[in-house]
Unconditional design. Structure first.
Length: 132
């Protein structure tokens, strides 16, 4: 029997270790156009976020952010980041497959609507019961 080898993760032909060695602007070359422009426009914000996140990790503090538009870069892989969705902070474990996506994609702002029975007084049949 042949041994089944697990396929190694690559992003645009580069392994995660090779990507982690790259600068944020060098990594931007591997992204799609919209994400590349966003990274090149805001690379200072991304580098600042990573620097602050590493300091918080050393202190064993949670990394919380309101910056839903930041692009995920290789240095963030493995971090647990709490992203604000407008109501609460949603815990997000950054994985390799998330590279090039934004934080906001993993913290939905809208919940699914759950319909239930009509409340008392909502229909004509229950109006008389409510007046008791």
């Amino acid at each position: 029997m042949e041994e089944i080898q697990k396929k190694q993760f690559t992003y645009r032909g580069k392994t995660i270790d090779e990507l982690k060695k790259l600068d944020v602007r060098e990594f931007a070359k591997f992204l799609r156009a919209k994400e590349r422009r966003a990274v090149l426009r805001n690379f200072q914000d991304i580098e600042d976020f990573i620097r602050r996140a590493k300091i918080k990790l050393k202190k064993n503090k949670a990394i919380r952010t309101h910056q839903r538009d930041l692009i995920i870069v290789p240095e963030m892989v493995g971090m647990k980041i709490y992203v604000y969705n407008g109501n609460k902070f949603v815990p997000t474990e950054i994985k390799k497959e998330m590279l090039g996506h934004k934080f906001g994609e993993f913290a939905p702002t809208r919940t699914r609507v759950k319909h239930s029975k009509a409340g008392v007084g909502a229909t004509k049949g229950t109006k008389h019961k409510a007046k008791k």
